[in-house]
Design a protein around this ligand. Sequence first.
Ligand code: ADP
Ligand code: MG
Length: 646
Amino acid sequence: MSSIIQLLPDHVANQIAAGEVVQRPASVVKELLENAVDAKATDIKLIIKDAGKSLVQVIDNGVGMTVTDARLCFARHATSKIRQAEDLFSLGTKGFRGEALASIAAIAHMEMKTKQDQDELGTHIIIEGSKFVSQEVAVLPKGTSFAVKNLFFNIPARRNFLKSDTVEFRHVMDEFQRVALAHPNIHFSFYHNGSELYNLPAAGYRQRIVGIMSGKTNEKLVPVNEDTDIISIQGFVCKPEFAKKNRGEQFFFVNDRFIKSGYLHHAVMAAYDGLLKDGCQPSYFLYLQVPPNTIDINIHPTKTEIKFDDEQALYAILRASIKHSLGQFNVAPVLDFDRDANLDTPYHYKDVEAEVPTIQVDGTFNPFTDDKTNQHYSKAASGSTGYSSGSSFSSSSGSSSSRSSYAGYSRKVEPTASWESLYVGLDVENPESIESSPFTFENEEVTSSLFNDDEVEQATHKTYQIHKKYIVSPIKSGMIIVDQQRAHQRILYEQFLLNMTVNQASSQQLLFPLDLFYSSSEMKLIEELKPSLETTGFVFDNAQTDHVVISGIPVNITESEVSQVIEQLLSDLQDGIPANSYSQNDTIAKSMAKSLAVKTGSYLTEKEQDNLVNGLFACKDPNISPFQKPTFITMRVEDIDKKFAL
Ligand code: ADP
Ligand code: MG
């Protein structure tokens, strides 16, 4: 039998290797940007079209290449960055595999222009699917430009595998931000479909972070600085009160390379121990320098993971230095959420001797004279509940401010709304007086809309909250146990969905419009979501590159909940906005229901419990939460009997 093993032709081998290096346009962006950094450029321009699917171009003013290198750089394992395996332990560059250009050239149309400073003329090469199409001498500025067009043109399966432009753009943005954050001393600019997204002059770490994230970031940052034999740490962590629900802005750089490390992340979180609200994540931008021979960056093909020699020591140093910074910048006391600020001494009274009060006595005062002027207080007190009339029960989510406004509301209304109290003092001997009471009618109406198949024993209708989690209520056949959080999610979800599809949501005008700051990638999402958000009742006055002005909000949201709602939404949409409007609305309604629903652990007044059960059974689909979990269970009397029979 003849032998069957053959060496694969280079272009096939390159195509296969490309699978490892190039997953999507963002991979090309990363490789080209890193090459430009390695070429010691001080000015790097990134230009993309259609989220990088049609074009990724990187122009740098670095050292450029000779004619020979210009040709050689497309060969596999062609690199100028290491000569032997040992060099890996003293690596000072991003690249070292010599694979990127060969891989990209195998699966795209590529054009390269490069010139070294001392040369008169440069080299212009076109290569398509590993085949050299042309090579010319050209008049060029110093530096190198790579343009990569029609990615995966010869591998349709891979091209089809690419996600929507929104998703691919997000990946590109991530890569750009990582490289730009790692190298603040380089001037970066970034253009997408002809518009400039970033123009970041050379600066220090702080300015670069602020330039990339948003103007408001500056005041949130606390510097971290530590220098030891095995590691030096520079950078910033965010004050705990600005922690967010999502993990978007967390960056570690080791020797100027963005890395991911669950272990080091844990060290940061440990430093914040006790300072963060539940489920919140701090932003951080931490730049670690370690001797290159104490790390191995070679363990992951796309090189975002890293192995350290002495992880435990790094963990301890990182945690301690962040803790120290948070303490030093006096962040900790601000975080005492339970402390009553009213009890603090106002700043200007500090260190001032207390004055002995002087007492003035009105010798003519006689408490028994009938002086009407003393009575004005009662009216003022009853008018100051501070409740905003647009809200319904659904506005009373877990946030403390809205809960207290609701408490104000119930205090005011309870005497008439709580129907049991209507009977107090009524003449029970004379039942007509009850029947003629208008409130009796109201009570019947409520219960009948709640369980129209007469499941409720009206006279004993009552709800109880147990463990701040479930609402229990007797029904004719036994009892019903409602999960308060899921039930409220269902109610809100249907409300939002209805508003969005019927498109008649009313909104409350804000007296003082909210000005909210976001990173430019978040702003892009908000821009895209705007039409859908408007159907829920949001009114956007103005959206700039880094902030948005909101002048109206849906009626069932309070002002203080707005930023939380949008943040949750951005975090839920991190993997992209659904393509069709139906699922887009669905996602938004779900996300808003999730952030606004009353949480497990919240105490509900009797009226709130009642409204919740009412609201749930007025829903189209009361049985399950928007996240497909049961909202209530019932227990029949027989089931209970059985338990007692044991
Ligand atoms: P690596 O970066 O791992 O060496 P690449 O395939 O990315 O491999 O690049 C191959 C070689 O091409 C590099 O080692 C470098 O010498 C040269 N090169 C690539 N991009 C540039 C650039 N922008 N400027 C100058 N030289 C470059
Ligand atoms: Mg490279």
